[in-house]
Ligand binder design. Structure first.
Ligand SMILES: Cc1cc2nc3c(=O)[nH]c(=O)nc-3n(C[C@H](O)[C@H](O)[C@H](O)COP(=O)(O)OP(=O)(O)OC[C@H]3O[C@@H](n4cnc5c(N)ncnc54)[C@H](O)[C@@H]3O)c2cc1C
Length: 388
């Protein structure tokens, strides 16, 4: 159950979505860009520092409140939520978990104040589900490092002020390191801008890194800790994607509910027909299931839920379960919403086709669902072997 404060923050996020996001979503989708002002407005309410401690200017929200707010913002627009999720999720987590005091002091206050966005540059064209095979390199040079390579599908990649870049400093998975890279560093260039199926307003770019010099203190964590940092950061990241998915699903459900009440065929509103009732009930059930799982994992992250003897690997498996359940609930719900709208649902003039396009992305990024199922299965097998 959410506390009064959590409900208040959720209400504030919903209100913001209703007033400042929803009226513009169609335009942003068509223009394939989010305006700078939306991030300024979000920053004024603290939504760019949701997980940052108060000492660094953030709201210091617990995971439950953060995810509840993120869902309400995704209900407004999934592209806005994706930007926020990367910024508040994996990048902030990596800084909090692995940053030195100096790194935290340098980066957390401007991130929380919304001076600029953050981006997470792990994937490469040939290293998506298997980031341990990434090829970008960082080689020692004088008092620092020189980065070379190409990073693919970087959300916020052009407008961000801070890039968390993963590059190879040695062989294998243990040879990957993480770097805090100011976006304006010479040698970083947008070499491709992707045209996506959905989440069209979200910025997805390919970044070229050519002879990018970084001082020694740009490394986050120790040499070779990059893979662990990325996986740790993606734990909260995947919960963010679960919340984003729930926002999409909730929006699709509400649109379908309203439309089926207004649309008449055979002399009755659609939602009087058993076939439509069944769909609406199914949507409500899947959303509630996925939300319950997401909030259960969030409570565990907050330390007030879940069996306390669980290992971090179990947390990763549960996070993966929540992301899979929520993204599939979003895709399925959006599909059903399009079906309930009938021919109108297939038209660009109505919101549900956009939600369906947006939902598809959630099944792919921050761990494609097939790969996350493998993670869950491995954990389950290990757990059952341990129980024997
Ligand atoms: C809109 C968008 C935004 C993104 N933003 C970012 C970002 O900000 N930062 C970033 O680093 N990355 C980002 N990504 C990249 C994303 O994380 C990857 O696309 C994702 O991890 C999948 O990698 P891939 O595309 O290379 O697919 P592949 O790894 O080639 O996989 C293709 C298919 O095969 C399946 N598959 C792969 N391996 C296995 C296996 N062992 N068993 C069974 N099935 C398997 C996958 O599940 C998938 O269905 C973004 C992607 C998109 C679409």
């Amino acid at each position: 159950m959410l506390t009064a404060e959590q409900l208040e923050i959720r209400a504030m996020a919903r209100e913001f979505s209703r007033g400042e996001i929803r009226p513009h979503v169609e335009d942003w989708d068509t223009e394939r860009a989010l305006p700078e002002e939306i991030f300024q407005k979000l920053a004024e309410l603290g939504f760019l520092g949701m997980r940052v401690p108060e000492a660094h200017g953030g709201l210091a929200l617990d995971a439950t409140t953060y995810l509840t707010a993120l869902e309400a913002l995704a209900w407004g627009d999934a592209s806005v939520a994706l930007s926020l999720s990367i910024h508040n999720g994996p990048v902030t987590r990596a800084l909090l978990g692995w940053g030195t005091e100096a790194q935290q002091e340098r980066w957390l206050p401007p991130l929380a104040a919304g001076e600029f966005l953050a981006a997470f540059a792990l994937s490469e064209r040939d290293a998506g589900s298997d980031p341990s095979s990434l090829a970008a390199e960082a080689r020692p040079s004088g008092d620092g490092w020189i980065l070379d390579g190409t990073k693919a599908w970087v959300t916020n990649g052009d407008r961000a002020g801070l890039l968390l870049v993963f590059a190879r400093t040695g062989e294998s998975r243990d040879g990957i390191s993480a770097f805090l890279v100011p976006r304006e560093t010479p040698g970083i260039e947008v070499v491709g801008r992707d045209r996506t199926l959905g989440l069209s307003a979200s910025e997805t770019v390919t970044l070229g890194l050519s002879e990018v010099f970084l001082p020694r203190e740009a490394m986050l964590g120790a040499p070779g800790e990059g893979f662990e940092i990325a996986m740790d950061a993606l734990t909260i990241g995947r919960l963010g994607i679960a919340a984003q998915s729930l926002g999409i699903a909730q929006a699709a459900f509400e649109h379908a509910l309203d439309y089926s009440g207004e649309r008449e065929q055979f002399g009755h509103s659609l939602h009087r027909f058993g076939g439509i009732e069944e769909k609406l009930a199914g949507m409500a059930i899947r959303i509630a299931q996925a939300r319950a799982l997401t909030l259960e994992v969030a409570a565990f992250v907050d330390g007030d839920g879940g069996p306390s003897e669980e290992l971090p690997s179990s947390l990763r498996a549960r996070t993966a379960m929540a992301k899979v359940a929520a993204s599939e609930a979003a895709m399925w719900t959006a599909d059903e919403a399009v079906q309930i709208y009938g021919g109108y649902g297939y038209m660009r003039d109505y919101p549900v086709e956009r939600l369906m396009r947006d939902a598809k992305g959630t099944e792919i990024y921050e761990g494609a669902n097939e790969v996350l199922r493998m993670l869950v299965a491995r954990h389950t097998v290990r757990e059952s072997a341990g129980a024997e």
